[in-house]
Structures are given as structure tokens and as C-alpha cells.
Design a protein around this ligand. Structure first.
Ligand SMILES: Cc1cc2nc3c(=O)[nH]c(=O)nc-3n(C[C@H](O)[C@H](O)[C@H](O)COP(=O)(O)OP(=O)(O)OC[C@H]3O[C@@H](n4cnc5c(N)ncnc54)[C@H](O)[C@@H]3O)c2cc1C
Ligand SMILES: NC(=O)c1ccc[n+]([C@@H]2O[C@H](COP(=O)([O-])OP(=O)(O)OC[C@H]3O[C@@H](n4cnc5c(N)ncnc54)[C@H](OP(=O)(O)O)[C@@H]3O)[C@@H](O)[C@H]2O)c1
Ligand code: SF4
Ligand code: SF4
Length: 476
């Protein structure tokens, strides 16, 4: 019986390296790797050895026969990937894949003197860079974070009901005790120490500072009380030191955006608080959820279901919640058409009921539910002293007491470093800002991609750093 990869896969490709028969794809060398929602096991080739399940840092891999009811669809999800990749009739090669260009491992002289490298940021990008430096070079690393607890968004972003994903933090924190690493928590670069001071004390500095602020919507009413950014809600339920309380007195909440952050927020706001009680959720947030008035969360997407920003595993998780209904607002015939036409993404909604919702009325009574509304862009947040409704495409007013803007994160400027205000990133080439200064992760690529995407990103950045070191371009 083959194994299957399931919901919590974060694309870090650890399993790819241990599979003895190369049956996990796409691999980091294949073109699909950058865009795939998750990795998949080819059931026709898997020899059932279990090596991948032992290696997976987030417990995402199980034998098909032992999949729980919720995870059972993943047997089909894994197999379907290979059905989609079937070879053309004239090419009978089994296990067909579209290969990318070859990747050559870098070469550094064996007598190369140890480098002193500062890495700023303990999130996934910083930790993959640290791992690469410690395991593949003899560098000494100073690892810095402004927060008193390490982990970046693994600690303060990943939802508390995703405990397997949070487990990857244990893989990263193993390196905190490495003899060539010094950990400095509670130190903010730009405030407690300047970029110039760091540069003067190290051969190279890698900035892995992420994207901590919220992208703005740019519509009237955005700053009304009751309109909050998802960054604040995520910080609240994860107990971030900078977080405040979130008002849960409204029955209907509209979340603008349908990326995975929007889905996380919708799931937590509608979850049974008792099911969250055993998780890492912040105690203050749990107490508030126990007296929450929220009964309906609307996920507002400006595009159709075939271009939804969420990934398939996160939508499946939403659809499988036992005590929360999921419905699609049937306001636009194009939505039903897209679902019926079954592009891979829209097809996920084929079993989800559709209903024409009356947005002028309060949410229907009964249990909690999540409504997916597509083809609907936000135009104005309405209210005098407090949010009362959101006006969307077609002049439709959705009566709601809260609007949560989940339209993406944004990087912030760091004194002493260049900054592209348009993209919210630090300009670079292959991770190199200038010889001696490097970037990795969301501050390099922008705020998209799961945890595993930062691994190949870190390899590129560390590669540029070592190239500069070998070429004598670092002021040592
Ligand atoms: C809400 C949310 C949930 C997510 N859930 C998942 C998930 O379930 N699965 C998944 O695969 N991906 C998930 N992701 C994506 C994943 O978290 C990101 O890909 C990843 O965290 C980006 O890594 P990073 O290291 O660039 O940034 P971050 O993780 O944000 O790390 C940046 C670090 O830099 C520190 N820092 C910032 N400025 C300074 C400074 N001036 N001085 C010192 N330190 C500083 C910060 O404190 C932070 O620790 C989620 C993202 C979000 C926003
Ligand atoms: N695996 C997980 O569980 C998990 C959890 C959380 C986050 N993540 C990852 O973290 C990354 C960031 O996630 P995210 O949700 O913050 O970002 P995202 O995936 O980029 O989604 C942003 C959403 O905001 C919408 N949007 C942007 N500007 C808008 C505007 N002006 N008006 C209306 N809608 C607007 C986007 O619509 P368009 O699509 O139309 O642009 C999209 O629906 C993603 O790669 C995500 O997969 C993963
Ligand atoms: S999280 Fe990593 S090791 Fe686990 S299944 Fe996904 S790619 Fe493989
Ligand atoms: S069980 Fe073994 S053969 Fe099957 S995917 Fe995992 S590592 Fe590969």
C-alpha cells in the first residue's frame, strides 16, 4: 500500500531527498516546484518503505490505508497529480516529469577561512540560511531577532490549529544550540544596533526580516473603527508581543481576500473554542472567542473560483469542518459555470452548496458558517463612527460589523538598506544587495510562498554570499 502526502505539506522537499525510488514530485529541480500547492507521491512507483514519513518535519505523510476520514481524499489527490502528468501516447516513459535545467552544487576551497556571518531574523528564511551555512561551510553565525521568542511566522503566523506545521519550528530550533551559533533574541536591527555596526563586526550580514506590515486596500473607509488588518488578527490569536485585542461583537465579519491567511482567519473565527483549547492559541484570544458573537464569515474574492488565491489543501480543510457550514454565494452565474467547467481549482467547490444570500439581512440563525463570494471587489467601507457595511462590485452592500483586510503582508524599510517602496522588498540580485549584504525570504521575494519555498531561496542567497567570499569581494 503506497504512502500519500497530506494537508500540512509545506513544500520543503525533505522527503524528496530520502525517497529511494524518486517517486515524490515536483522536486526542487522541476519547473512546477515554484507554483505547486504541495508535493505528491506517485502511488504506482512508491515501494512503501516509509523513509519519507520518518523524514517529514510536519508529519504530513501516511500510508494510504491509515489515512483518517479527513485525510482520505489525499490518496486521490496524490494519484491525480500523476494522472495529470501522464506521458503523451508516443512517449511510454513511466513516471514522466518535465525536467528543469541542471543545478550544479557550489564549490568552496577546503582551506577557506571561517566566515563570521550575522543572520537577522529567526523565521524559516533565516533558519534555512543558517542551516546551509552551518552544515555546508565552517562559518560562525550570529543569529538575531527583535522578538524574545524565535520562529518568525512559524511561531506568530501559522494558525494554532495547524500543530503539525508548527512542529517545523523544532527542526529549526535544533540549530540554536549549534556550537558555531550565537543566538541574540530581543535585539532589533535599526533600533538596538545599526546595519553599519553589524556590517563592521561581520564578514557578511543576511537580512531575513520578513514582511511584517499589512498591504493597504486603498478604498474609502479603510481606517474606520471596525476595519482591521489580518496581520493584527493573526498576531492576536498567536499571542504576538505587539498584539492587542480583536473586537468580536459583530455577527457578520467580511474578510477581504481569499488567500490562505484569509482562510486561517475565517477558520479560527468560526471554530469551536473548545477544539482550540488544547492548541497554542493565546489564552486571551481563546477567552474572547468563548464569548464571540461572530456567526458568519464572508470570504470576499475579486476574482472567480478558478483563480482563487487559497491552496487546495487549505480549502479542503475548510470544507471538512464538522460544525461549520461552507457555502458559495450564488450571486453570479459565472461562478456556477466556472465550478461546472472544473478547472482544477474551481472543481474543489463541486460538492459545496450554493445559496443566493440576502446581504441586507443579518446572518441566518443557527450554527456558524463561512460564505465564499467570488467576482466581488471591495469599493468602500461604510459607516459613520464604526463599520456598518462593505460596498462591493455592482453597488451591493454587505451589512457587516467588521471588515478584516487579508490582502497580503508587506515588507518595511530598514534604516541603512535600500528599499523598493513599490514592492515592499529590498532590491537584490540572486539575494545579493551588495557584496557583504544579502537578503532572503519574504523581504527578498515579497510576501508569498509557504515555509518550504524559503529553502531554495536561502540556497540561492548563501550561494551568492559564498561566491563573493571566494572571489575576495567581502571586506573581511
Ligand atoms: C498568517 C500566516 C500563516 C502562515 N501559515 C503557513 C502554513 O501553515 N504553512 C506554510 O507552509 N506557510 C505558512 N505561511 C507562510 C510562511 O510563514 C512564510 O513563508 C515564512 O514565514 C516567511 O519566512 P521569513 O523568514 O521570510 O519571514 P518571517 O517568518 O516573518 O521571519 C522574519 C523574522 O525577522 C524578525 N525581524 C524583523 N525585523 C527585524 C529587525 N529589524 N531586527 C531583528 N529581527 C527582525 C522577525 O521578528 C521575524 O522573527 C504563513 C504566513 C502567514 C502570514
Ligand atoms: N499553507 C498554509 O496554511 C498557509 C497559511 C497562510 C499563508 N500561507 C502562505 O502565505 C502567503 C501569503 O498569504 P496571503 O493570504 O497573505 O496572501 P495571498 O495568497 O497573496 O492572498 C492575498 C489575497 O488578497 C487579495 N487582494 C489583494 N489585493 C486586493 C485588493 N486590492 N482588493 C481585493 N482583494 C485583494 C488577493 O486577490 P487576487 O488573488 O485577486 O490578487 C488574494 O485573494 C501565501 O503564499 C500563502 O499560501 C500559507
Ligand atoms: S512537508 Fe516536506 S517532507 Fe513533508 S511531505 Fe511536504 S515536502 Fe515532503
Ligand atoms: S514510502 Fe518510500 S518509496 Fe514511497 S514515497 Fe516514501 S520514501 Fe518513496
Amino acid at each position: 500500500m503506497p504512502y500519500a502526502i497530506t494537508q500540512t505539506c509545506c513544500n520543503d522537499a525533505t522527503c524528496v531527498k530520502v525517497c529511494p525510488v524518486n517517486c515524490i514530485h515536483p522536486t526542487p529541480d522541476e519547473p512546477d516546484f515554484g507554483t505547486t500547492d504541495m508535493l505528491y507521491i506517485d502511488p504506482a512507483t512508491c515501494i512503501d518503505c516509509g523513509a519519507c514519513a520518518d523524514a517529514c518535519p510536519v508529519d504530513a505523510i501516511f500510508p494510504v490505508e491509515r489515512l483518517t476520514k479527513q485525510l482520505r481524499p489525499y490518496a486521490e489527490v496524490n494519484a491525480a497529480y500523476y494522472a495529470d502528468q501522464a506521458p503523451p501516447q508516443q512517449d511510454p516513459t513511466p513516471n514522466f516529469h518535465r525536467w528543469g535545467p541542471p543545478v550544479f552544487h557550489r564549490d568552496i576551497p577546503s582551506d577557506f577561512a571561517p566566515l563570521d556571518v550575522a543572520v537577522v531574523g529567526t523565521g524559516p528564511a533565516g533558519m534555512y540560511a543558517v542551516e546551509d551555512l552551518l552544515l555546508h561551510t565552517n562559518s560562525r553565525v550570529t543569529l538575531i531577532d527583535r522578538l524574545p521568542v524565535a520562529g518568525g511566522l512559524v511561531r506568530y503566523g501559522v494558525a494554532p490549529d495547524h500543530p503539525s506545521t508548527k512542529k517545523i519550528g523544532e527542526t529549526f530550533s535544533r540549530f540554536h544550540a549549534h556550537p558555531r551559533l550565537r543566538l541574540r533574541l530581543g535585539v532589533e536591527v535599526g533600533k538596538d544596533v545599526t546595519a553599519d555596526e553589524l556590517a563592521a563586526k561581520h564578514d557578511a550580514v543576511i537580512y531575513a526580516v520578513g514582511a511584517s506590515s499589512a498591504r493597504s486596500l486603498g478604498i474609502p473607509g479603510e481606517d474606520l473603527p471596525g476595519s482591521v488588518a489580518a496581520t493584527e488578527v493573526v498576531a492576536w490569536y498567536n499571542g504576538h508581543p505587539d498584539a492587542g485585542a480583536v473586537d468580536l461583537s459583530a455577527e457578520r465579519v467580511v474578510v477581504v481576500g481569499n488567500g490562505n491567511v484569509a482562510l486561517d482567519v475565517a477558520r479560527i473565527l468560526t471554530a469551536d473554542p473548545e477544539a482550540l483549547a488544547g492548541t497554542t492559541i493565546a489564552p486571551a484570544a481563546l477567552a474572547q472567542l468563548r464569548s464571540s458573537k461572530v456567526r458568519e464569515v464572508v470570504l470576499l474574492a475579486r476574482r472567480g473560483p478558478d483563480s482563487a488565491a487559497y491552496t487546495a489543501p487549505e480549502l479542503l480543510a475548510l470544507a471538512q469542518q464538522d460544525d461549520v457550514d461552507l457555502v458559495v454565494d450564488d450571486h453570479d452565474p459565472r461562478v456556477a459555470e466556472a465550478i461546472a467547467a472544473a478547472s482544477a481549482k474551481a472543481a474543489l467547490l463541486q460538492g459545496v452548496p450554493r445559496e443566493a444570500v440576502d446581504w441586507s439581512a443579518p446572518p441566518r440563525h443557527g450554527g456558524r458558517r463561512i460564505v465564499l463570494r467570488f467576482n466581488s471587489a471591495p469599493q468602500e467601507i461604510l459607516g459613520d463612527t464604526q463599520v456598518r457595511a462593505l460596498r462591493v462590485t455592482g453597488d451591493v452592500e454587505i451589512a457587516a460589523g467588521r471588515v478584516i483586510r487579508a490582502v497580503g503582508y508587506r515588507g518595511t524599510e530598514l534604516p541603512g538598506l535600500p528599499f523598493d517602496a513599490g514592492t515592499g522588498t529590498i532590491p537584490h540580485e540572486g539575494g545579493r544587495v551588495r557584496p557583504g549584504t544579502y537578503v532572503v525570504g519574504w523581504i527578498k521575494r515579497g510576501p508569498s510562498g509557504g515555509i518550504g519555498a524559503n529553502r531554495t531561496c536561502a540556497q540561492e542567497t548563501v550561494g551568492s554570499l559564498l561566491e563573493d567570499a571566494v572571489a575576495g569581494r567581502l571586506a573581511r
